[in-house]
Design a binder for this molecule. Structure first.
Ligand code: AMP
Length: 205
């Protein structure tokens, strides 16, 4: 009860602050292993916005053994993409929650053109304040991914995730540019705090 009231008050404060803060609807793009998740966590804490990661949401379904999780597990283990319909539905519901009223950071979504178009349909084509791509050389990415030790981080899966990224997700950069949205590239190599400050500089500019 008390926490419900606090959540409502907190949300009201966020709504009140909406017009005062800029750059709080953020899309973070980047290849697998580029550090998106780490940077997203830090940015979200700093900005007080929810971190919306379809990978985290899907892994949560797998861990809870839901129907969706059971269907998604083999696809994720192979480094393939879960269907657009499933992830779009998850994100649509998540964006409708009160804590996303004044901002959010999308991490790992959209990953396909169909997902990007679905996101436009849900939030509008001018909703995103910043689209940031973390850039890291492929050789560095392979080493990082294999060092991470997640169950879907075998050499084959890592290679497949790259192929999927190049084929399906990288074209989103062009999609956003050709539809009049600015996409800013940030060098993702360096200490976590260095990369974070590069992103913050972009968001503040
Ligand atoms: P991530 O944590 O973003 O690397 O996602 C881990 C895995 O979840 C991916 O390799 C995909 O199998 C699946 N996944 C996450 N986000 C999406 C998405 N937007 N579309 C399709 N599959 C996704």
């Amino acid at each position: 009860m008390v926490s419900g009231v606090l959540a409502t008050a907190e949300c009201a404060l966020r709504v009140a602050n909406c017009g005062l803060r800029m750059g709080r609807h953020i899309l973070l793009l980047g290849p697998p292993g580029s550090g998106k998740g780490t940077q997203a966590d830090l940015l979200c804490k700093a900005l007080g916005i929810p971190h919306i990661s379809t990978g985290v949401m899907l892994r949560d379904h797998v861990a809870r053994g839901t129907d969706l999780g059971q269907r998604a597990k083999a696809i994720m283990d192979a480094g393939d993409l879960v269907s657009d319909e499933i992830v779009v539905g998850m994100v649509r519901e998540r964006l409708a929650e009160p804590d996303a009223a004044c901002g959010y950071l999308l991490d790992g979504f959209p990953r396909t053109l169909a997902q990007a178009e679905a996101l436009d349909a849900v939030v509008g084509t001018d909703a995103l304040d910043a689209i940031v791509v973390l850039e890291v050389a492929e050789s560095e990415l392979v080493a990082r991914a294999l060092a991470r030790g997640r169950s879907d981080d075998t050499a084959e899966t890592v290679a497949n995730r790259f192929a999927v990224y190049r084929g399906q997700t990288e074209p989103l950069i062009e999609f956003y540019r050709t539809t009049g949205r600015e996409v800013v590239a940030v060098d993702g190599v360096g200490a976590v705090t260095e990369v974070l400050s590069r992103i913050v500089t972009v968001l503040a500019s």
